[in-house]
Design a protein around this ligand. Structure first.
Ligand SMILES: NC(=O)c1ccc[n+]([C@@H]2O[C@H](COP(=O)([O-])OP(=O)(O)OC[C@H]3O[C@@H](n4cnc5c(N)ncnc54)[C@H](OP(=O)(O)O)[C@@H]3O)[C@@H](O)[C@H]2O)c1
Length: 325
Protein backbone atom coordinates (compact mmCIF):
# COMPACT_ATOMS: atom_id res chain seq x y z
CA UNK A 1 0.00 0.00 0.00
CA UNK A 2 0.97 3.68 -0.20
CA UNK A 3 1.34 5.51 3.08
CA UNK A 4 3.00 8.48 4.73
CA UNK A 5 5.44 7.42 7.41
CA UNK A 6 7.95 8.82 9.83
CA UNK A 7 11.43 7.31 9.65
CA UNK A 8 12.87 9.95 11.97
CA UNK A 9 11.40 12.72 14.13
CA UNK A 10 11.52 16.24 12.76
CA UNK A 11 9.67 18.97 10.87
CA UNK A 12 6.98 18.44 8.22
CA UNK A 13 9.57 17.00 5.81
CA UNK A 14 10.06 14.05 8.16
CA UNK A 15 6.77 12.77 6.69
CA UNK A 16 7.69 10.60 3.71
CA UNK A 17 5.23 9.24 1.14
CA UNK A 18 5.99 5.78 -0.26
CA UNK A 19 5.24 2.06 -0.22
CA UNK A 20 4.72 0.27 3.08
CA UNK A 21 3.62 -3.33 3.81
CA UNK A 22 -0.16 -3.89 4.02
CA UNK A 23 -1.36 -4.12 7.64
CA UNK A 24 -2.53 -7.49 9.00
CA UNK A 25 -5.67 -7.70 11.13
CA UNK A 26 -5.25 -9.93 14.21
CA UNK A 27 -8.40 -11.72 15.51
CA UNK A 28 -11.01 -9.13 16.50
CA UNK A 29 -9.50 -6.45 14.26
CA UNK A 30 -10.57 -5.32 10.78
CA UNK A 31 -8.80 -3.65 7.87
CA UNK A 32 -10.34 -0.41 6.59
CA UNK A 33 -9.65 0.86 3.06
CA UNK A 34 -9.25 4.53 3.86
CA UNK A 35 -10.76 7.24 1.68
CA UNK A 36 -9.79 10.22 3.85
CA UNK A 37 -7.68 10.99 6.92
CA UNK A 38 -7.57 14.21 8.94
CA UNK A 39 -4.81 16.06 10.76
CA UNK A 40 -4.69 16.89 14.46
CA UNK A 41 -2.19 18.86 16.54
CA UNK A 42 -1.46 15.50 18.15
CA UNK A 43 0.11 14.33 14.85
CA UNK A 44 2.56 17.25 15.02
CA UNK A 45 3.58 16.18 18.54
CA UNK A 46 4.10 12.60 17.32
CA UNK A 47 6.12 13.89 14.35
CA UNK A 48 8.29 16.08 16.60
CA UNK A 49 9.13 13.13 18.84
CA UNK A 50 7.22 14.40 21.88
CA UNK A 51 5.53 10.99 22.25
CA UNK A 52 7.59 7.90 22.87
CA UNK A 53 6.67 6.14 19.62
CA UNK A 54 8.80 3.51 17.92
CA UNK A 55 9.84 4.29 14.34
CA UNK A 56 9.01 3.81 11.56
CA UNK A 57 5.44 4.83 12.28
CA UNK A 58 2.46 5.79 10.10
CA UNK A 59 0.75 8.65 11.97
CA UNK A 60 -2.91 9.63 11.83
CA UNK A 61 -5.79 9.16 14.25
CA UNK A 62 -8.72 10.23 12.08
CA UNK A 63 -10.05 8.24 9.20
CA UNK A 64 -13.08 7.22 7.18
CA UNK A 65 -13.31 4.52 4.58
CA UNK A 66 -14.68 1.14 3.56
CA UNK A 67 -14.56 -1.83 5.90
CA UNK A 68 -12.58 -4.50 4.03
CA UNK A 69 -14.67 -7.49 5.15
CA UNK A 70 -18.20 -6.08 4.76
CA UNK A 71 -17.90 -3.14 2.34
CA UNK A 72 -19.65 -0.86 4.85
CA UNK A 73 -18.77 2.86 4.89
CA UNK A 74 -17.28 3.50 8.31
CA UNK A 75 -15.74 6.13 10.51
CA UNK A 76 -12.94 5.13 12.89
CA UNK A 77 -12.98 5.86 16.64
CA UNK A 78 -9.43 7.01 17.48
CA UNK A 79 -9.23 5.84 21.13
CA UNK A 80 -7.69 2.35 21.18
CA UNK A 81 -8.05 0.08 24.25
CA UNK A 82 -10.02 2.58 26.39
CA UNK A 83 -11.14 -0.27 28.63
CA UNK A 84 -14.24 -0.93 30.72
CA UNK A 85 -14.23 2.14 33.00
CA UNK A 86 -15.85 5.15 31.38
CA UNK A 87 -14.21 7.57 33.86
CA UNK A 88 -10.67 7.18 32.54
CA UNK A 89 -8.75 5.11 29.99
CA UNK A 90 -6.98 1.83 30.81
CA UNK A 91 -3.16 1.71 31.13
CA UNK A 92 -2.69 0.36 27.60
CA UNK A 93 -4.85 3.13 26.10
CA UNK A 94 -3.38 4.81 23.04
CA UNK A 95 -4.43 7.10 20.25
CA UNK A 96 -4.42 5.50 16.82
CA UNK A 97 -1.15 6.48 15.12
CA UNK A 98 0.89 6.41 18.36
CA UNK A 99 2.05 2.82 18.89
CA UNK A 100 -0.27 1.37 16.23
CA UNK A 101 0.09 2.50 12.61
CA UNK A 102 -2.52 5.14 11.80
CA UNK A 103 -4.58 6.59 9.00
CA UNK A 104 -2.09 8.40 6.72
CA UNK A 105 -2.32 5.31 4.53
CA UNK A 106 -4.44 3.44 2.02
CA UNK A 107 -5.14 0.70 4.61
CA UNK A 108 -5.33 0.64 8.40
CA UNK A 109 -6.02 -2.22 10.85
CA UNK A 110 -8.10 -1.35 13.94
CA UNK A 111 -10.10 -3.25 16.57
CA UNK A 112 -13.58 -4.12 15.25
CA UNK A 113 -15.16 -2.11 18.08
CA UNK A 114 -13.50 1.03 16.71
CA UNK A 115 -15.37 1.08 13.41
CA UNK A 116 -18.85 2.57 13.34
CA UNK A 117 -21.26 3.35 10.52
CA UNK A 118 -20.43 6.64 8.81
CA UNK A 119 -23.10 9.35 9.26
CA UNK A 120 -25.55 9.24 6.35
CA UNK A 121 -24.99 11.72 3.53
CA UNK A 122 -21.55 12.88 4.68
CA UNK A 123 -18.53 13.11 2.34
CA UNK A 124 -15.40 11.08 3.16
CA UNK A 125 -13.60 14.30 4.11
CA UNK A 126 -16.40 15.36 6.48
CA UNK A 127 -16.47 11.93 8.12
CA UNK A 128 -12.67 11.89 8.54
CA UNK A 129 -12.83 15.37 10.11
CA UNK A 130 -15.11 14.24 12.93
CA UNK A 131 -13.54 11.55 15.15
CA UNK A 132 -10.68 12.88 17.30
CA UNK A 133 -11.82 16.49 17.52
CA UNK A 134 -15.45 15.42 17.82
CA UNK A 135 -14.99 12.88 20.60
CA UNK A 136 -12.63 15.19 22.50
CA UNK A 137 -15.06 18.11 22.24
CA UNK A 138 -18.04 15.89 23.13
CA UNK A 139 -16.44 14.50 26.29
CA UNK A 140 -15.10 17.93 27.33
CA UNK A 141 -18.48 19.64 26.91
CA UNK A 142 -20.93 17.02 28.10
CA UNK A 143 -19.35 14.03 29.89
CA UNK A 144 -16.87 16.12 31.91
CA UNK A 145 -18.27 19.67 31.59
CA UNK A 146 -21.93 18.66 32.18
CA UNK A 147 -23.03 21.40 29.78
CA UNK A 148 -26.79 22.01 29.80
CA UNK A 149 -29.02 23.77 27.27
CA UNK A 150 -29.30 27.45 28.21
CA UNK A 151 -25.85 27.63 29.84
CA UNK A 152 -23.05 29.83 28.49
CA UNK A 153 -19.80 28.19 27.39
CA UNK A 154 -16.61 30.06 26.46
CA UNK A 155 -14.39 28.18 23.99
CA UNK A 156 -10.77 29.42 23.94
CA UNK A 157 -8.96 29.60 20.58
CA UNK A 158 -11.85 29.42 18.12
CA UNK A 159 -9.61 28.44 15.21
CA UNK A 160 -8.51 25.08 16.56
CA UNK A 161 -9.95 21.89 15.13
CA UNK A 162 -11.32 20.80 18.49
CA UNK A 163 -12.68 24.29 19.18
CA UNK A 164 -14.65 24.50 15.94
CA UNK A 165 -16.16 21.16 16.87
CA UNK A 166 -16.87 22.31 20.44
CA UNK A 167 -18.57 25.51 19.24
CA UNK A 168 -20.79 23.57 16.87
CA UNK A 169 -21.69 20.73 19.27
CA UNK A 170 -22.44 23.15 22.13
CA UNK A 171 -24.69 25.21 19.86
CA UNK A 172 -26.45 22.03 18.63
CA UNK A 173 -27.12 21.18 22.29
CA UNK A 174 -28.76 24.56 22.93
CA UNK A 175 -25.98 26.33 24.85
CA UNK A 176 -24.96 29.97 24.34
CA UNK A 177 -21.42 29.93 22.91
CA UNK A 178 -18.72 32.60 23.19
CA UNK A 179 -15.18 32.30 21.84
CA UNK A 180 -11.73 33.84 21.97
CA UNK A 181 -9.45 33.99 18.94
CA UNK A 182 -6.40 35.71 17.49
CA UNK A 183 -8.46 36.99 14.57
CA UNK A 184 -11.75 38.81 14.05
CA UNK A 185 -12.25 36.71 10.91
CA UNK A 186 -12.16 33.50 12.96
CA UNK A 187 -14.66 34.96 15.43
CA UNK A 188 -16.95 35.63 12.46
CA UNK A 189 -16.49 32.04 11.29
CA UNK A 190 -17.32 30.83 14.80
CA UNK A 191 -20.55 32.85 14.60
CA UNK A 192 -21.44 30.93 11.44
CA UNK A 193 -21.03 27.71 13.47
CA UNK A 194 -23.41 28.90 16.16
CA UNK A 195 -21.35 31.16 18.45
CA UNK A 196 -22.97 34.30 19.79
CA UNK A 197 -19.80 36.38 19.73
CA UNK A 198 -16.20 36.52 20.80
CA UNK A 199 -13.20 38.53 21.87
CA UNK A 200 -9.61 38.83 20.65
CA UNK A 201 -7.24 37.19 23.12
CA UNK A 202 -4.53 39.56 21.87
CA UNK A 203 -6.40 42.38 23.69
CA UNK A 204 -4.92 42.86 27.15
CA UNK A 205 -8.42 43.20 28.65
CA UNK A 206 -10.01 40.20 26.92
CA UNK A 207 -11.19 38.69 30.22
CA UNK A 208 -13.20 41.83 31.04
CA UNK A 209 -14.56 41.88 27.48
CA UNK A 210 -15.62 38.22 27.74
CA UNK A 211 -17.34 38.85 31.08
CA UNK A 212 -19.21 41.77 29.57
CA UNK A 213 -20.29 39.67 26.57
CA UNK A 214 -21.48 36.92 28.92
CA UNK A 215 -23.79 39.38 30.68
CA UNK A 216 -25.23 39.10 34.16
CA UNK A 217 -25.36 35.33 34.26
CA UNK A 218 -21.66 34.99 33.36
CA UNK A 219 -19.78 32.04 31.90
CA UNK A 220 -20.79 28.60 33.21
CA UNK A 221 -18.12 26.56 31.43
CA UNK A 222 -14.72 27.30 29.86
CA UNK A 223 -13.26 24.88 27.31
CA UNK A 224 -9.46 25.29 27.46
CA UNK A 225 -6.99 23.58 25.14
CA UNK A 226 -4.46 26.39 25.49
CA UNK A 227 -3.06 25.58 28.96
CA UNK A 228 -1.35 28.85 29.85
CA UNK A 229 -4.81 30.46 29.85
CA UNK A 230 -6.13 28.71 33.01
CA UNK A 231 -5.93 31.86 35.21
CA UNK A 232 -7.72 33.97 32.59
CA UNK A 233 -10.29 31.27 31.87
CA UNK A 234 -11.07 30.91 35.57
CA UNK A 235 -11.39 34.70 35.85
CA UNK A 236 -14.23 34.67 33.31
CA UNK A 237 -16.30 32.14 35.29
CA UNK A 238 -19.41 32.88 37.32
CA UNK A 239 -19.65 31.40 40.84
CA UNK A 240 -19.91 27.63 40.57
CA UNK A 241 -18.43 27.61 37.06
CA UNK A 242 -16.28 24.84 35.57
CA UNK A 243 -13.13 24.85 33.45
CA UNK A 244 -12.42 21.74 31.38
CA UNK A 245 -8.83 21.36 30.19
CA UNK A 246 -7.39 19.03 27.58
CA UNK A 247 -4.49 20.83 25.91
CA UNK A 248 -1.44 23.00 26.41
CA UNK A 249 -1.01 24.68 23.02
CA UNK A 250 0.50 27.82 24.58
CA UNK A 251 2.28 26.25 27.54
CA UNK A 252 1.90 23.45 30.06
CA UNK A 253 2.39 25.46 33.25
CA UNK A 254 -0.28 27.73 34.73
CA UNK A 255 -0.19 29.59 38.05
CA UNK A 256 -3.73 29.89 39.38
CA UNK A 257 -4.74 32.36 42.11
CA UNK A 258 -6.15 30.02 44.74
CA UNK A 259 -8.48 32.29 46.74
CA UNK A 260 -10.84 33.36 43.93
CA UNK A 261 -10.88 29.69 42.86
CA UNK A 262 -12.28 28.39 46.13
CA UNK A 263 -14.38 31.44 46.97
CA UNK A 264 -15.90 31.06 43.50
CA UNK A 265 -16.71 27.38 44.13
CA UNK A 266 -15.02 26.68 40.81
CA UNK A 267 -14.07 23.29 39.39
CA UNK A 268 -11.18 22.39 37.07
CA UNK A 269 -11.67 19.12 35.22
CA UNK A 270 -9.15 17.28 33.11
CA UNK A 271 -10.25 15.28 30.11
CA UNK A 272 -8.60 13.41 27.30
CA UNK A 273 -10.04 11.98 24.11
CA UNK A 274 -13.21 9.96 24.78
CA UNK A 275 -14.54 6.51 25.56
CA UNK A 276 -16.50 4.27 23.17
CA UNK A 277 -19.65 5.54 24.91
CA UNK A 278 -18.63 9.17 24.23
CA UNK A 279 -18.01 8.32 20.56
CA UNK A 280 -21.40 6.62 20.21
CA UNK A 281 -23.09 9.59 21.94
CA UNK A 282 -21.30 11.97 19.55
CA UNK A 283 -22.61 10.03 16.53
CA UNK A 284 -26.07 10.07 18.11
CA UNK A 285 -25.96 13.87 18.63
CA UNK A 286 -24.86 14.61 15.05
CA UNK A 287 -27.36 12.04 13.74
CA UNK A 288 -30.15 14.11 15.33
CA UNK A 289 -29.00 17.14 13.28
CA UNK A 290 -28.77 15.70 9.75
CA UNK A 291 -27.87 18.97 8.03
CA UNK A 292 -24.88 19.64 10.33
CA UNK A 293 -21.35 18.94 9.05
CA UNK A 294 -17.82 19.35 10.50
CA UNK A 295 -15.85 22.28 9.09
CA UNK A 296 -13.29 21.13 6.54
CA UNK A 297 -10.73 23.85 5.81
CA UNK A 298 -8.90 22.12 3.00
CA UNK A 299 -8.45 18.72 1.35
CA UNK A 300 -5.11 17.64 -0.14
CA UNK A 301 -3.90 14.31 -1.56
CA UNK A 302 -2.18 11.95 0.92
CA UNK A 303 1.16 12.43 -0.84
CA UNK A 304 1.10 16.10 0.25
CA UNK A 305 0.80 15.40 3.98
CA UNK A 306 4.02 17.31 4.73
CA UNK A 307 2.56 20.44 3.13
CA UNK A 308 -0.63 20.01 5.20
CA UNK A 309 1.45 19.73 8.41
CA UNK A 310 3.27 22.96 7.53
CA UNK A 311 -0.12 24.65 7.07
CA UNK A 312 -1.38 23.29 10.42
CA UNK A 313 1.68 24.77 12.13
CA UNK A 314 1.14 28.18 10.49
CA UNK A 315 -2.23 28.25 12.33
CA UNK A 316 -3.99 30.10 9.53
CA UNK A 317 -6.64 27.41 9.05
CA UNK A 318 -10.17 27.33 10.38
CA UNK A 319 -11.49 23.81 10.82
CA UNK A 320 -9.92 20.55 9.75
CA UNK A 321 -7.14 19.86 7.28
CA UNK A 322 -7.97 16.61 5.48
CA UNK A 323 -5.97 14.21 3.28
CA UNK A 324 -7.82 12.45 0.46
CA UNK A 325 -6.76 8.86 -0.17
N1 LIG B 1 -6.13 15.62 25.43
C1 LIG B 1 -6.79 15.34 24.33
O1 LIG B 1 -7.52 14.37 24.25
C2 LIG B 1 -6.66 16.24 23.16
C3 LIG B 1 -7.34 15.95 21.97
C4 LIG B 1 -7.23 16.85 20.92
C5 LIG B 1 -6.45 17.98 21.04
N2 LIG B 1 -5.78 18.20 22.19
C6 LIG B 1 -4.97 19.40 22.35
O2 LIG B 1 -5.82 20.52 22.12
C7 LIG B 1 -5.09 21.55 21.48
C8 LIG B 1 -5.80 21.96 20.20
O3 LIG B 1 -5.70 20.89 19.28
P1 LIG B 1 -6.14 21.11 17.78
O4 LIG B 1 -5.75 19.91 17.01
O5 LIG B 1 -7.55 21.57 17.76
O6 LIG B 1 -5.09 22.27 17.41
P2 LIG B 1 -5.07 23.35 16.28
O7 LIG B 1 -6.16 23.11 15.29
O8 LIG B 1 -3.68 23.47 15.80
O9 LIG B 1 -5.40 24.72 17.08
C9 LIG B 1 -4.53 25.50 17.82
C10 LIG B 1 -5.27 26.82 18.16
O10 LIG B 1 -4.90 27.25 19.46
C11 LIG B 1 -5.29 28.59 19.56
N3 LIG B 1 -4.35 29.32 20.43
C12 LIG B 1 -3.01 29.36 20.36
N4 LIG B 1 -2.52 30.18 21.33
C13 LIG B 1 -3.61 30.65 22.01
C14 LIG B 1 -3.78 31.53 23.11
N5 LIG B 1 -2.75 32.09 23.72
N6 LIG B 1 -5.05 31.76 23.55
C15 LIG B 1 -6.11 31.18 22.95
N7 LIG B 1 -6.00 30.34 21.90
C16 LIG B 1 -4.76 30.09 21.44
C17 LIG B 1 -5.31 29.20 18.17
O11 LIG B 1 -6.64 29.68 17.99
P3 LIG B 1 -6.98 30.91 16.98
O12 LIG B 1 -6.59 30.39 15.64
O13 LIG B 1 -8.45 31.11 17.13
O14 LIG B 1 -6.18 32.08 17.42
C18 LIG B 1 -4.95 28.00 17.28
O15 LIG B 1 -5.67 27.96 16.08
C19 LIG B 1 -3.67 21.02 21.30
O16 LIG B 1 -2.90 21.46 22.41
C20 LIG B 1 -3.85 19.53 21.34
O17 LIG B 1 -2.69 18.86 21.76
C21 LIG B 1 -5.87 17.36 23.25
Amino acid sequence: MNAVSLGAFGGPDALVFGERPDPAAPPGWVVVELRAAALNWHDVLVRNGQYDVALPRIPGADGAGVRGDTGEAVVIAPSLHWGADDRFPAPDFEILGDHTDGTYAELVAVPEGNVLAMPAGWSWAEAAALPLAGVTAYRALFTRGSLQAGETVLVLGAGSGVSTMAVALAALAGARVLVTSSSAGKIDRARELGADGGVLYSDADWVAQARELAGERGVDLVIDSVGATWPDGLATLNPGGRLVAFGATAGDVAAVPVRPFYFGQHTILGTTMGSPRDFAALLDLVGRHPSWRPVVHDVRPLARAAEAHAELERREHFGKLVLSI
